[in-house]
Design a protein around this ligand. Structure first.
Ligand SMILES: [Zn+2]
Length: 86
């Protein structure tokens, strides 16, 4: 995919390698709140990010942590799946 492509958090989390490394859209939202990721646009209510920026932040945070991201530990995902199961 073009590094200049604009993607929403949900879209980005669905593509490899983010999907492979267990990045969920909540983690991407966290990067935005922390100022690691700056939105480059907006589609409806969703901020859009530059795909190349998302890849860079993913790589930086993963290398610093020394492990892959664990969306299994994401409380927001847990709550969402509980809602689906109910
Ligand atoms: Zn999540």
């Amino acid at each position: 995919m073009n590094l200049d492509a604009q993607v929403s958090a949900r879209e980005a989390a669905g593509y490899p390698p983010l999907r492979t490394y267990g990045v969920c859209r909540h983690l991407i939202g966290m990067w935005k709140r922390l100022g690691k990721l700056i939105p480059v646009g907006q589609r409806g209510r969703s901020p859009l990010y530059r795909w190349g920026d998302v890849l860079r932040v993913e790589r930086d945070t993963r290398l610093r942590a020394g492990k892959s991201h664990r969306s299994a530990e994401c409380r927001s995902c847990e709550r969402a799946s509980e809602r689906c199961a109910a």
